[in-house]
Design a protein around this ligand. Structure first.
Ligand code: CA
Length: 617
């Protein structure tokens, strides 16, 4: 009803003799003047016959229609439009003329954001501390958006792990003080794009419209408000990008522009989730094809990125997102299942436009060599990736997890962590990897270490002192628990205090246990110390061979030396500066940066503890 009404009203408005009506959807929905990417391929979608035979006209100073291409499905057309550097912001009118009928569609040409590289697209680096949260599960700041009429998933039940819970961007905005006090500098949220799927919409990884921000979390207006609020505080925003697939209710899947817009198989074929065929010298081509062209799930069809129209569609959306919302960093989902040459082009387009922009890709693979293959590396391999960093599953699965969970051995326990970091020689810059103890796909750290709070503390101490960009998963700081099996929903529970009437409130401390408050304080102390430590955020790393479960490493620069002592054994351990003279020479004592307690150059660290010591002369 509403739609019809709009159409009737708009039909009376006349520009250059034609009605301005939403006959067509344009992707991207707008562009900017003064972009390096100034040849834009606009995908036009309209729901009437004969669209591909239209004559298209643009009459706007500095804007030139270079080419029109009718795609196989007559409802889509690609318009190659050049925007001259001399053009001015305004409303470009694209006219479609056919058989005496005329339609005109507005394509706004906007003024760019100010402060490129200073206030947005700044890049995220090892000086930052990233907080990963799921908007549906952090805080409900606006109950009016809990349901959006007409959307397929109308669920709303906090007791059901796969229903929607009502959390939103206003909820995040409301608690930026909390995050900043905790020591967080950067926010990464699971995807914020519309997921108009029938169910399982809580995670956001099944886009149904690239140009609509999920209305149930507040839409584009709130996303812009959040971005502004972060930047005002000197904080940064990472966007979670998905190039590999879309949701099965995406418009370009329901009504496909071309036969090869998606990878088609004679019968449903999922990806094998195997990365090995992509670099294995003995791999079969069919295995490699399955990895990359197989679908992520039956509800997440696989985009064919070797189709140039698909590639342009995705690349332009990435640039559009950064410019539109002022994004600072980019996290790329399911990196290994993408067409890798396409990803190189895509990454380059972003850094060409935004030289300081940084990105890391999800590389859930096994072994540093495999992970390094997908990022900038020092290996002599046929394919060279230009991705800056990985989500470092190696430092997790073959690093801190065994360090915390296994008994010490020649290759076990903390020796695994030591060994994995020693393989950093394969990366161009391991410091660009994003490191973590848990995330939305993994058992939460507290559950993973059997509820041992001291082990969580050791994990956090390591996370905030080793190399890389540390990422904290929401709720880890207040001892949230959750096992990934049998249901990943259990690691995506609501943050306490995010909803009206929550008996426990992590923002105010109400109803919190002493242990939970203690962990919150521990993270706050460490994270805020880290912020101001040049040695930890920018300095060098030196690690020593672990000895019977005792692992000692240093972060250091010209200004300070930080000694990190991880005792993973169940015995107290003697530590003597004289065993680490390369780094301790000239230093007489250290101060525990969490407790403030001083230690001499010989001290005992209790079993199952990690201390971070600021050394003094
Ligand atoms: Ca809400």
């Amino acid at each position: 009803m509403k739609r019809k009404f709009c159409f009737l009203v708009l039909a009376f408005l006349s520009v250059t003799g034609y009605s301005i009506a939403q006959y067509a959807k344009l992707y991207p929905s707008n562009w900017w003047v003064g972009m390096k990417w100034n040849k834009v391929q606009v995908l036009v979608y309209g729901d009437y016959d004969g669209f591909n035979k239209e004559t298209v006209r643009i009459n706007y100073p500095g804007v030139k229609l270079l080419k029109t291409t009718a795609l196989e499905n007559g409802k889509y057309m690609a318009l190659d439009i050049e925007v001259a550097s001399t053009s001015q912001p305004g409303e470009v009118v694209i006219e479609f003329l056919q058989n005496g009928r005329g339609h005109a569609v507005k394509w706004p040409l906007e003024k760019r954001r100010t402060g490129n590289g200073k206030t947005y697209a700044q890049g995220v680096n090892s000086s930052d501390l990233v907080y990963l949260l799921m908007p549906d599960r952090f805080s409900n700041g606006d109950e009016s958006n809990d349901h959006v009429a007409g959307m397929r998933d109308q669920s709303l039940n906090r007791k059901e792990i796969y229903d929607r819970h009502g959390g939103d961007l206003q909820g995040v905005i409301n608690h930026l003080d909390y995050l900043q006090k905790l020591g967080i500098t950067t926010l990464w949220m699971t995807p914020v794009l519309e997921n108009d799927q029938p169910n399982r919409t809580e995670h956001g990884y099944a886009f149904t419209d690239h140009y609509v921000i999920e209305r149930r979390i507040g839409g584009a207006e709130k996303y812009l408000a959040l971005s502004d609020a972060l930047h005002k505080r000197g904080m940064k925003l990472i966007q979670d990008a998905v190039y590999n697939h879309v949701g099965s209710k995406h418009i370009t899947f329901l009504d496909q522009p071309m036969k090869d817009w998606y990878h088609q198989w004679p019968k449903y074929t999922g990806t094998s989730y195997k990365d090995q065929p992509l670099f294995d010298p003995y791999a079969s081509k069919s295995d490699a094809k399955k990895t990359v062209d197989g679908w992520f799930t039956t509800e997440m069809p696989d985009l064919n990125q070797s189709n140039p129209y698909v590639a342009n569609y995705l690349i332009q959306h990435a640039i559009w997102s950064v410019e539109k919302f002022g994004v600072d960093g980019w996290r790329i989902d399911t990196y290994i299942y993408n067409d890798l040459p396409f990803m190189n082009r895509c990454n380059k387009a972003l850094t060409d436009e935004y030289p300081k922009m940084t990105m890391f890709g999800e590389t859930w693979v096994h072994g540093t060599a495999a992970q390094a293959y997908f990022v900038e590396n020092k290996m002599d391999v046929p394919f060279k990736s230009n991705l800056q960093g990985a989500t470092d599953f190696q430092a997790l699965m073959y690093g801190i997890q065994p360090a915390l969970k296994q008994d010490f051995g020649w290759t076990e326990g903390v020796n695994k962590l030591y060994t994995t970091l020693s393989n950093d020689f394969l990366y161009k810059d391991a410091n660009r990897n994003c490191i973590f103890l848990d995330n939305h796909d993994l058992t939460r750290i507290l559950s993973d270490v059997g509820g041992d709070i001291e082990k969580v503390k050791t994990g956090i101490a390591w996370l905030l002192t080793t190399r890389g960009i540390p990422q904290l998963y929401y709720g880890t700081e207040v001892l949230m628990k959750g096992e990934k099996n049998p249901a990943d929903g259990n690691v995506r529970l609501d943050f306490p205090g995010g909803w009206k009437g929550d008996p426990k409130n992590a923002f105010t401390g109400e109803g919190m246990t002493a242990e939970e408050k203690d962990m919150q304080q521990y993270v706050t102390t460490l994270a805020n110390y880290r912020k101001n430590s040049s040695a930890i955020t920018k300095g060098s790393l030196m690690q020593y061979v672990p000895d019977d479960g005792l692992y000692v490493y240093f972060r250091y620069d010209a200004k300070q030396t930080i000694m990190c002592v991880m005792n993973t054994s169940d015995k107290n351990k003697e530590v003597d500066f004289s065993n680490f003279t390369e780094r301790t020479s000239g230093y007489k004592a250290g101060k525990n940066i969490v407790t403030g307690v001083a230690v001499a150059n010989k001290f005992t660290i209790p079993a199952n503890r990690m201390w971070i010591l600021d050394l003094s002369k």
